[in-house]
Design a protein around this ligand. Structure first.
Ligand SMILES: NC(=O)c1ccc[n+]([C@@H]2O[C@H](COP(=O)([O-])OP(=O)(O)OC[C@H]3O[C@@H](n4cnc5c(N)ncnc54)[C@H](O)[C@@H]3O)[C@@H](O)[C@H]2O)c1
Length: 412
């Protein structure tokens, strides 16, 4: 199949680079998003997110006529759904975005099309998507009823790129492709091979869903080990950063780095999808989530103890993003920590986040966003929350008179 027109539903951190990657291969790409401002920005050849090299790719794709964005889905040969999959109350997966996206493309589907779910999803979500589509289009057949003979092909292909390196990793990473039938998987593989240079490995949809969740839960469990070690080391008066460096000299040991908790919309979220599907069995995965969330509370208590030494303390909180050198604030433990310190009026709080121009809504009116120089000058306590490159360059002499809470080990 030649896939003359490819439609990407959801033009965020995953969908827009994917749209640009197909467009760079001279495919006609129609991007769909519910955000008018995202659509307008992209149609001007600009981008609304921060990702190195993406601006150039999108600009070229739009000006050369390969990529266009719209609010309303249009007919295409392949549809890739890359909408959010957050969790809702009780840590349950929220599939409402996938459902809404499915219902929006259903009217334009035609016999022979393929629909690929890219969003990170709990096991069974691809089957649900297929059922939602089938409900909307009783005139077409779908894999759950018609198997290999279905009019519409359905697959799941989770994304595993690293923010900040998305353009390279999109092309180079291996892809796990879960077809609802063998033929669905093969077609999806043909689609991805338009730009993917890594291996495209076929499996079924449920295994592909679980594969992505397992990768992120693996990271979460390993970070929980490092975070737990950091708290044990504090109690035993041992420098955890030195300890980990030494332990990692063992040829078969590779302990990760502790932090102020775990953030982002993937590692802090996806393990809950496993826990929700198999609550009695997922004991270690659930505990790891608890340890990582508990580390944020630990940092808050540590900071409060130091603040109690001052009459009118000022705390400089360095970093809000969920990891270094990006502007993504989703599920960031740094925001929760700053928010709670502000709500409890522990101190006057100044915040430095070089990657954003305005404070996130949760912090507006509570803390001040300022420059690194003035924050450090004003601070009694420096709370390092993210290891952004700007913070690694701080002249240590400027910190000599300050109390430090270094959750990332860069001043250690
Ligand atoms: N960002 C990452 O690094 C990353 C990595 C791997 C997997 N994922 C997964 O990819 C999926 C998308 O993540 P993201 O980071 O791109 O999210 P995002 O929030 O950056 O982008 C999602 C986009 O979808 C749009 N949208 C929402 N509902 C829509 C609908 N019904 N129709 C059309 N557009 C709609 C939103 O306006 C937004 O622009 C999630 O499941 C996420 O877990 C993300």
């Amino acid at each position: 199949m030649s896939f003359d027109v490819i439609s990407i539903i959801g033009l965020g951190y995953i969908g827009l680079p994917t749209a640009a990657a197909f467009a760079a291969r001279r495919k006609k790409v129609v991007g769909v998003d519910v955000s008018q401002s995202a659509v307008d920005t992209i149609n001007k050849g600009e981008i609304h997110i921060v990702e190195p090299e993406l601006d150039m790719l999108v600009h070229a794709a739009v000006t050369q006529g390969h990529l266009r964005a719209t609010l309303i889905p249009e007919p295409a040969d392949a549809f890739l759904i890359a909408v959010p999959t957050p969790f809702c109350d009780g840590n349950k997966p929220d599939l409402s975005y996938i459902e809404a996206a499915s219902r929006s493309i259903a009217p334009v589907l035609k016999k022979g099309d393929i629909v690929v779910l890219e969003s990170t999803s709990p096991v069974g979500a691809t089957e649900k998507m297929s059922a939602w589509l089938a409900n909307c289009r009783p005139d077409l057949t779908f894999p759950q009823h018609a198997g290999e003979q279905s009019d519409i092909r359905i697959a799941h292909c989770p994304e595993r790129v690293l923010p900040g390196h998305v353009i390279r990793e999109l092309v180079q990473n291996d892809r796990v492709i879960g077809g609802m039938t063998r033929r669905c998987g093969e077609l999806a593989r043909d689609l991805y091979q338009i730009f993917v240079q890594g291996d495209c490995i076929l499996t079924d949809a449920r295994t592909a869903e679980m594969c992505k969740l397992s990768e992120n839960a693996f990271r979460d469990v390993n970070i929980a080990y490092a975070n737990e070690l950091s708290m044990i080391c504090d109690r035993l008066d041992i420098n955890v950063w030195e300890l980990i460096r030494l332990a990692n000299r063992h040829p078969r040991v590779s302990i990760l780095q502790p932090g102020p908790g775990v953030g982002g919309h993937c590692i802090a979220v996806d393990p809950w999808f496993i826990v929700d599907s198999a609550p009695d069995e997922a004991k270690l995965i659930r505990t790891a989530r608890g340890v990582n969330d508990g580390k944020s509370h630990y940092v808050i208590e540590q900071t409060k103890r130091l603040a109690a030494r001052f009459k009118a303390p000022v705390i400089a909180c360095l970093g809000l993003a969920f990891k270094a050198n990006i502007d993504d604030l989703r599920e960031s433990p740094a925001i929760d920590i700053v928010n709670q310190l502000a709500d409890e009026r522990v101190a006057d709080i100044v915040v430095v986040e070089p990657n954003v121009a305005v404070l996130p809504e949760a912090l507006r009116g509570k803390v001040e966003l300022t420059s690194l120089t003035s924050a450090i000058e004003a601070a009694d306590i420096v709370l390092l929350l993210v290891d952004h490159r700007e913070f690694k360059d701080i002249n240590r002499r400027r910190l000599q008179s300050k109390l430090l809470v270094d959750t990332r080990g860069i001043f250690s």
